[in-house]
Design a protein around this ligand. Structure first.
Ligand SMILES: [Zn+2]
Ligand SMILES: [Zn+2]
Length: 298
């Protein structure tokens, strides 16, 4: 892969984040100790993997708040975004700001985690560095003008780590050390890497439906499954506002199922969905797609 040399010299290693990730992974390894195993702890981990990753990050932070793929009543918007904050991947303002930067300059020097820089950089290298522009508070506010004045979202940005500590203490009180190891540490490591695979593997492996300029995004089936539908990432880069990412029959999109449930309950409205049209490539038997966004009023 060609390397972008402009990003790295401007960045400095953030030693606190390195320490945080190191401790987190080390604590997750304690799950291998038989004394820290319990089936209820595994169940808590799996439930929170779904709640914080699919409902929180994919539905709340990403498809609703970043791309406005549908409307939610305010209380439910706050609730899903709160679940996103429980994934401990920054508060919503910083997360959305940096993700909007990613779409605005995907795989160019304007991208906070360009996959051209290396898969490691796109996966987690960019997070253990502080960038003067991408991590600048004013820049982030400029990218989130539509909601960065919201007091609840500001609260989540300021306190998401304390909220995680509070959750850990609740788990300690209810299920003891096994719930903390599995429900906090194992779950955070799992959710982090599944999210990060969207930025790394789904910009490198798989196939494309839509040809995009300067953009390496791919549809990667195993990231699609692990990251609750977000691995159909070439579809997503082609149609960012589409609330549905899996667009072909086999492209299973588990977060889309939850949006359908919210639609059936009358809670998700004005849902935007991309519809694909086949475009056979001249001179070959390959078929790519173009598409358009259709609005479902629900
Ligand atoms: Zn991407
Ligand atoms: Zn996106």
């Amino acid at each position: 892969m060609p390397q972008i040399k402009r990003l790295k010299p401007q960045t400095a290693v953030n030693h606190s984040i390195v320490a945080y990730f190191t401790v987190l992974h080390a604590m997750a390894l304690l799950a291998l100790v038989p004394a820290f195993f319990s089936w209820s702890a595994v169940a808590v981990m799996l439930f929170l993997y779904w709640l914080t990753a699919s409902i929180g990050i994919c539905l709340g932070y990403h498809r609703y708040l970043t791309h406005r793929g549908f409307d939610l009543p305010q209380w439910l918007a706050y609730l899903t975004v709160f679940c996103g904050a429980l994934a401990c991947e920054n508060g919503p303002i910083k997360w959305v700001g940096q993700h909007r930067m990613h779409h605005a300059g995907s795989d160019t020097e304007k991208d906070p985690h360009s996959a051209r820089d290396s898969l490691w950089w796109a996966h987690m290298g960019w997070m253990v560095h502080t960038h003067p522009v991408f991590d600048n508070e004013k820049t982030i506010r400029n990218w989130t003008k539509d909601f960065c004045e919201d007091k609840f979202y500001q609260f989540l940005d300021a306190h998401f780590i304390k909220i995680q500590v509070a959750l850990g203490l609740i788990f300690l009180a209810i299920g003891g050390i096994p719930w903390v190891i599995w429900g906090i540490f194992v779950r955070l490591v799992l959710v982090y890497h599944c999210t990060w695979l969207v930025n790394s593997a789904a910009h490198a492996f798989g196939y494309i439906n839509v040809k995009l300029k300067d953009d390496l995004s791919t549809n990667c089936w195993w990231v699609g499954l692990l990251a609750w539908g977000e691995g159909w990432h070439n579809n997503h880069h082609a149609f960012p506002t589409s609330a549905r990412h899996g667009l072909r029959p086999w492209e299973i999109d588990l977060t889309w199922f939850s949006i359908c449930v919210l639609r059936a309950l009358g809670l998700a409205k004005n849902i935007k969905v991309a519809h694909l049209t086949p475009v056979p490539e001249e001179g070959t038997n390959r078929v790519f797609f173009s598409g358009e966004i259709v609005k479902k009023a629900a």
